[in-house]
Design a protein around this ligand. Structure first.
Ligand code: PMP
Length: 405
């Protein structure tokens, strides 16, 4: 990492760490996937050239070394989120993590009459796996509504939760609106009726400090690629006693204790959930990404993104045709609509000005319906963004306004 962004009080100025961001390109789609800093690119390259080998099985030194590196990555993840290494399962991403919990934790426990509690702003990956498990088990799904400023309404959650709710699954930070959940309060409410709570931390881990022990949640999931790491690697955190009591999600090599045709016994967690040769180099890349993020500090990243959000909301609120969505204190993400202009047109015209935003339903169609829109335009920030990116967005939107009269 460059020293430029390291001074305690200085604003972050890290774009030169990111080889895929050319000068003058305002990349405002970090909520979809973050660009990678050079140390992550280097860790991936190093993983495949001088040090590459499989893990866990080799009797030769290179494989033993790679196993140590792979397990060191797990320990690094655990330290980053306040967990124990044995509570962190390497998965493909948040989507796989939620499917794993739905399949191995929820499906064996749920029965007709039981209920699952989600919220109106969930990503499809925190809706569809629960619908699949509800269909299999006869459980029903309830949905916590949003407050007027588009947060998960925890007062409403408190009022509607009851003993039939066995599983609660909520986004820690909304990928559309940036709304930050009071994760500790949500956990207390879930636990007050004995429900198990999963938090979708995809948008939280790159934006706010996360300590799962302090939150007290049962499961926490995130994807590496939104945390400046590689795609294809993510984390399922589960409290040790829960993971230890769950059957495997997939069968195969590496996840067993002993296999005979009569009976197979399984390895303990987390190995039990990592069937097949894992994404070894992905884990090394994630390790480097966490080192990078931690060296900056999530408090600083959050403050940096909060300042960019404030600048954006302030400027957009002065554009008559723009309607801002989400709360003012959103974490690094701003969604908006423009009167008479489809978000896809906004995105296409902004691209001509070298501003990259996301336009669409953001894998949150129920939220679009609740907001009364078909789609939104979304700008989302990362450590490499600065005020100039916001200004480019605003200038681009003024141009959109002129084109559409
Ligand atoms: N949850 C949220 C809040 C997300 O933003 C995303 C990614 N857009 C996901 C889940 C799914 O993550 P992935 O596609 O990496 O599995």
């Amino acid at each position: 990492p460059s020293p430029a962004g390291r001074g305690k009080a200085a604003p972050l100025d890290l774009v030169s760490d990111f080889p895929a961001i050319p000068a003058g390109w305002a990349y405002l789609d970090t909520a979809a996937t973050a660009q990678k800093p050079q140390p992550v690119v280097d860790a991936i390259a190093r993983g495949y050239d001088r040090t590459y080998a499989t893990v866990h099985r080799g009797v030769y030194q290179r494989s033993a070394d790679m196993t140590l590196a792979y397990e060191a990555a797990r320990a690094r993840v655990a330290a980053f989120i306040g967990a124990q290494a044995g509570e962190c399962v390497f998965v493909r991403g948040a989507t796989e993590a939620i499917n794993l919990v739905a399949h191995s934790f929820a499906a064996p426990r749920l029965k007709p009459g039981d209920r699952i509690l989600l919220s109106m702003l969930e990503h499809h990956s925190n809706i569809v796996p629960w619908q699949m498990v509800a269909e299999r088990t006869g459980a029903a799904i309830d949905v916590v509504p949003l407050t007027d400023d588009h947060r998960i309404d925890l007062d409403a959650m408190q009022a509607m939760i009851r003993a039939e709710h066995k599983v609660v699954a909520l986004a820690h930070v909304s990928n559309v609106l940036g709304s930050v959940l009071d994760a500790k309060r949500a956990t207390r409410i879930a636990h007050s009726v004995g429900a198990t709570i999963l938090l979708d931390g995809c948008q939280a881990v790159p934006r706010v400090p996360v300590d799962v022990a302090d939150i007290g949640c049962d499961f926490y999931v995130f994807s590496g690629h939104k945390l400046y790491g590689p795609t294809g690697i993510g984390i399922l955190y589960g409290r040790a006693e829960l993971l230890g009591a769950m059957p495997p999600y997939q069968g195969g090599g590496s996840m067993i204790d002993r296999v005979t045709f009569a009976k197979t016994s399984y390895a303990p967690a987390p190995t039990r959930f990592e069937a097949g040769t894992p994404h070894i180099v992905g884990a090394l890349g994630l390790h480097a990404a966490i080192d990078y993020v931690d060296a900056i500090g999530l408090d600083r990243i959050h403050a940096h993104e909060t300042a960019l959000v404030a600048r954006t909301r302030e400027a957009l609120s002065r554009l008559n045709s723009v309607r801002l969505l989400g709360p003012d204190d959103s974490a690094g993400i701003v969604s908006f609509v423009m009167e008479g202009v489809h978000p896809h047109d906004i995105g296409t015209i902004l691209d001509e000005s070298r501003v990259a935003i996301r336009a669409g339903h953001h894998c949150a169609q129920p939220l679009m319906e609740a907001l009364g829109v078909e789609a939104t335009a979304r700008a989302s920030f990362g450590v490499y963004n600065g005020p100039a990116d916001v200004d480019a967005l605003v200038a681009g939107l003024e141009r959109v306004g002129k084109i559409f009269g």
